[in-house]
Write a protein that binds this ligand. Structure first.
Ligand code: 13P
Ligand code: SF4
Length: 350
């Protein structure tokens, strides 16, 4: 990274001292990660944000929904800053509050809303988390989706899972023993989700038609191809990947799980990793004694995560050091109240 920018970021951070705390998601660029006080997956970062009451500013190097969750979980006096406001998440954008309320009305008309527990992936807007909190549901991340689903099925017969169909399906089928037939795909762009009343009544998992544009790109062909190319390779993927990819893989888990698995792997072992490229490259550089390759042949960054670059981080830190709060993320108090209920429920999962 540009030495001048590195020096400016270092100076601005030093000037702010304990008043600033920088969080970095594992998919962030190296040039940004070097300034993170803590790195993690979305679950770990949510907990870390909540555990820093002394920091006046939380600079979130990640995407918009993560910064919103940090604002909800931190004290009112703490300000959360997203260095580039264009760092959104295409998956989170696939579930809009009005669509979700229409879906809930459809379930209510069929008399099944009462026996349905809404569960939303962390990768959703504060509005959606608020909806879930109002309707006695829970937030989950890729590290605790199984526990969240078990909790939900203790309270209802069905789950409405938002917005990632893949995490919902993979967890339900692989970890809870449901069948693919127990899952239906609710398309918010079609009346009634494009499902018959009979199908909705029979389903146990109602999956929202959302997906991650990064993990959705890995295909079964990628797995077959890498197994042919590297005999004995271990295929390790994130549960946001499609069901056939996860089924063909050897290991499946969140970014934090992926890192721990690689760290614990013996020297000389070969790994093909199906997750965002910044993380895979960093793992490959950190473990030269292991053969670590990207599961796909093509380049696959998360374009919105990558919007947070060193120039944006330097700008945000220098503005804060000069006493100007820029790019603050705030969630309105009513939404935050309900979203907090659903987030606290997640943090309290056994
Ligand atoms: P985790 O951080 O929960 O592994 O999720 C990955 C992701 O896509 C974050 O946007
Ligand atoms: Fe969203 Fe996927 Fe990017 Fe994560 S990796 S921020 S889910 S688009």
């Amino acid at each position: 990274s540009d030495p001048d920018l590195v020096a400016r970021a270092t100076a601005a951070k030093a000037a702010l001292g304990d008043r600033v705390f920088v969080l970095g998601h594992h998919y962030q660029r190296d040039e940004v990660i070097q300034f993170a006080d803590v790195t993690g997956d979305s679950f770990k970062l949510a907990r870390e944000a909540a555990a820093r009451p002394q920091a006046e500013y939380i600079v979130f190097c990640g995407v918009h929904f993560m910064a919103e969750s940090a604002d909800i979980l931190t004290a009112d006096s703490q300000r959360v800053i997203l260095p580039d406001l264009a760092a959104g998440c295409s998956m989170a954008d696939m579930a809009v509050l009005q669509q979700v309320e229409e879906a809930w009305d459809t379930l209510a008309e069929l008399g099944i809303a009462e026996s349905t527990v809404p569960v939303t992936y962390m990768n959703s807007s504060a509005d959606i988390k608020g909806f879930v909190g109002r309707n006695k549901g829970v937030v989950c991340t890729s590290s605790n989706a199984e526990r969240a689903l078990r909790w939900a099925f203790e309270r209802g017969e069905k789950v409405l899972f938002l917005p990632d169909q893949h995490l919902g399906r993979n967890t339900a089928v692989r970890q809870l023993g449901l069948t693919l037939d127990d899952c239906v795909l609710y398309d918010p762009h079609k009346p009634g989700g494009g499902l018959t009343a009979q199908r909705l009544r029979a389903a146990k998992m109602i999956l929202w038609r959302g997906h991650c544009s990064v993990h959705g790109r890995f295909s079964l062909d990628c797995v077959t191809e890498v197994r042919d190319r590297i005999p004995g390779v271990n295929v390790l993927v994130h549960p946001e990947c499609r069901h056939e990819v996860v089924t063909a893989a050897d290991y499946v888990g969140s970014t934090e799980y992926i890192i721990k698995t690689i760290e614990a792997a013996p020297a000389g072992s070969a790994w093909a990793v199906g997750t965002e490229l910044n993380l895979v490259r960093r793992l490959a550089n950190a473990h030269p004694d292991k053969q670590i390759t990207f599961l796909d042949r093509t380049v696959c960054y998360c374009s919105t995560m990558n919007r947070i670059d060193l120039p944006h981080l330097v700008w945000a830190l220098e503005e804060l050091a000069a006493g100007r709060v820029v790019n603050e993320i705030t969630v309105d108090p009513q939404t935050a109240h309900h979203a907090r209920t659903a987030l606290d429920q997640m943090l309290a999962l056994p």
